[in-house]
Design a protein around this ligand. Structure first.
Ligand code: FRU
Length: 493
C-alpha cells in the first residue's frame, strides 16, 4: 500500500511537473520531476528497461528528507518520468531514504537496497540520525519495504564502526549465485572503511571483510562505494568527503576516486594498486555503475559538487542533474569513459572542418549551439602558446576551455556563465598530448558541458546556466593552432 507520504510526493509531482517547461530542462540529462536531486540510485536493468532512481526532495530546490525519484529508459538516453517510489515513511527511515542500488531477482522482483536514516532523540535531548541498510522489492512502479528491515545495523560492522555514518550499499549477484554488497562506514579514528557483506537470499546478510579504508589519506568519510571487475582489474569507486588536493588533482573537496587493484575471491580481499580521479571538472559526484545485458559497464553520476549546492542560479526551477551514462573500460592503468554508444542514434546534422588554422578569436560556419556532440582535435605542434575555445557565448557570457601546451594544462572556466556567486568556477588538469594531439569530445546539453579528453582517458564535467540564446562558439590561439572539428547536432524530437 502506498503510504501517505509517498502519495503526497506523487501528487505534488503530478501537480508541479507543469511548472517547468521542457525547454527549461536539459534534453538528455536526467533531472528531477520537481525540486532537488542528488546521487543516482538503483541504476539497473529490469524487465527489458533501464531503471534509474535518484536522491530526491520534490518540495524545494534544497536538500531535504530524501525520497527516491524514478526514470526509465530503453536506450539510456531518452528517459521517461515515473512516479517517486520511496518516501521516508517508516520508523527506521523517517529521516530519509538515502542512496542505494538495485538488481533484478530471479523470481522477477526488482530488489532495492538502500540506507534508512532513523531520527533518534538521545537522553540529553539532542537529535542524532542513525543509518542502517534496508531492502525493498517492487515491479518497476510500486515498491514495498521489507518487513524485516533493517537488514544491516551497527551490530554487523567491525568494532569501532559508526552507527551514524554507515551508508550507500551497492548490491550485486555474483556468478556463484550469492549476493554481495559494499557499504561505507566511518571509523572511530576519523577515517572510513568499505565493508563487504554477503547473503544467500539478499535479505539476510553477514559481514565478510574490509575491502579498503581511507587511513588518514584520500579524504575522511568515503561515500557511495561501487565495486566491480573491469578489463581484468577490480575497481573500487568511492566519493570521499573532505579530501586534500594533490597538485592539480582532487580540488573539489568532495572528490571521486577510481581505486584499481586485484581481488581474491577466496579470501574476499582487495589489494589496492593505483588511485586516480574519476572526473576532473567542477560538477561530478557519487557515481554508480551497472552492467548492461550486452556486458558493458556503464556509469552515471550526479553532475554537481556539494560545495556549490547552496547556489541555485536565479530562475532555475529545479536543482541537480545526472551525467550522461558513460561506458567504462580500463586500459594501460587508466579508467576510460565514453558516452554510451546509444547517443550516436541521436546525431543529426554534421559539420566538419579540417586543418583549420586558428589565431585571432573567430567563429566557424555551422559551429554553434547548446546541444551537440563535437570533437576537436588540436595538433600540439609547437606553433601555438595557448588555445582557447569559448562555448555558450553571448554578449555577456561564455565558458572557456583553454590549453597551455608548455605546461600541458587544460583549464575549464565558467566564471562568465551565469553564476552570480563567488564560488569555484574553474578547474585545471594536466593533459599530455596523445599521438601529437589533444582531443576534446564535448557533449553539450543546454545547461552542461561534459568533456571527454584524449579518447575518454580524462573527463571534465561542468554545469552552466546561461540563457540558451548564448549559443556561440569561438576559437582563438596565441600563435597559430591547427584543429579538426567534427560536430553533430543532437536531436530529440
Ligand atoms: C552523497 C550522499 C550519500 C547519501 C546521500 C544523501 O552525495 O551524502 O552518502 O546517501 O548523499 O542524500
Amino acid at each position: 500500500m502506498t503510504s501517505k507520504l509517498l502519495q503526497q510526493a506523487r501528487e505534488f509531482e503530478r501537480e508541479h511537473i507543469k511548472d517547468i517547461r521542457p525547454e527549461e530542462r536539459p534534453c538528455y540529462h536526467v533531472t528531477g520531476g520537481h525540486g532537488w536531486i542528488n546521487d543516482p540510485n538503483g541504476f539497473s536493468y529490469y524487465k527489458g528497461e533501464y531503471h534509474l532512481f535518484y536522491q530526491y526532495h520534490p518540495y524545494s530546490n534544497i536538500w531535504g528528507p530524501m525520497h527516491w525519484g524514478h526514470v526509465v529508459s530503453r536506450d539510456l538516453i531518452t528517459w521517461e518520468r515515473r512516479p517517486a517510489i520511496m518516501a521516508p515513511d517508516e520508523s527506521y527511515d523517517d529521516a530519509g531514504c538515502f542512496s542505494g542500488s538495485a538488481l533484478e531477482m530471479s523470481d522477477g522482483r526488482h530488489l532495492l537496497m538502500y540506507t534508512g536514516v532513523k531520527r533518534v532523540i538521545e537522553p540529553d535531548g539532542s537529535e542524532r540520525h542513525y543509518q542502517t541498510q534496508c531492502m525493498a522489492t517492487g515491479d518497476g512502479t510500486d515498491y514495498v519495504k521489507y518487513e524485516g528491515n533493517p537488514v544491516l545495523t551497527v551490530k554487523d560492522v567491525p568494532e569501532g564502526g559508526s552507527p551514524v555514518d554507515f551508508r550507500d550499499p551497492k548490491i550485486w549477484q555474483d556468478t556463484d549465485g550469492k549476493f554481495y554488497a559494499v557499504a561505507a562506514n566511518a571509523t572511530e579514528d576519523g577515517n572510513s572503511a568499505i565493508l563487504l557483506f554477503e547473503s544467500e537470499d539478499a535479505f539476510h546478510w553477514s559481514f565478510c571483510n574490509v575491502l579498503d579504508r581511507s587511513s588518514k589519506k584520500l579524504g575522511g568519510m568515503w561515500e557511495c562505494p561501487d565495486f566491480f571487475e573491469l578489463d581484468g582489474r577490480h575497481i573500487l569507486f568511492v566519493s570521499p568527503m573532505e579530501m586534500m588536493p594533490e597538485g592539480l588533482k582532487y580540488h573539489a573537496g568532495h572528490c571521486t576516486l577510481c581505486i584499481s587493484g586485484s581481488y581474491d575471491k577466496e579470501s574476499r580481499s582487495f589489494s589496492r594498486e593505483a588511485v586516480q580521479p574519476i572526473d576532473s571538472g567542477i560538477d561530478f559526484y557519487a557515481p554508480q555503475t551497472m552492467l548492461t545485458p550486452d556486458g558493458r559497464r556503464v556509469m552515471v553520476a550526479w553532475m554537481q559538487s556539494w560545495s556549490n549546492t547552496k547556489f541555485v542560479p536565479k530562475g532555475v526551477k529545479y536543482f541537480g542533474q545526472l551525467t550522461v551514462p558513460r561506458e567504462l573500460s580500463f586500459r594501460d592503468g587508466k579508467l576510460i569513459q565514453k558516452p554510451v554508444r546509444e547517443l550516436e542514434a541521436y546525431r543529426g546534422e554534421r559539420v566538419c572542418c579540417r586543418q583549420t588554422e586558428i589565431s585571432q578569436e573567430t567563429s566557424l560556419e555551422g559551429i554553434r549551439g547548446r546541444v551537440m556532440d563535437m570533437t576537436i582535435r588540436l595538433k600540439v605542434n609547437g606553433e601555438f602558446q595557448e588555445f582557447c575555445m569559448k562555448f555558450a557565448c553571448g554578449e555577456e557570457y561564455y565558458t572557456s576551455v583553454t590549453y597551455d601546451p608548455a605546461e600541458e594544462v587544460l583549464c575549464v572556466d565558467r566564471s562568465h556563465s551565469g553564476y552570480l556567486y563567488d564560488i569555484v568556477h574553474s578547474r585545471k588538469l594536466r593533459v599530455s598530448p596523445m599521438n601529437g594531439e589533444v582531443t576534446l569530445r564535448c557533449l553539450a546539453d543546454r545547461f552542461s558541458l561534459e568533456i571527454f579528453i584524449n579518447d575518454g582517458s580524462q573527463t571534465a564535467s561542468v554545469t552552466l546556466y546561461t540563457p540558451l540564446s548564448a549559443d556561440g562558439i569561438t576559437f582563438a590561439a596565441k600563435g597559430k593552432a591547427t584543429i579538426d572539428i567534427e560536430k553533430y547536432n543532437l536531436s530529440f524530437s
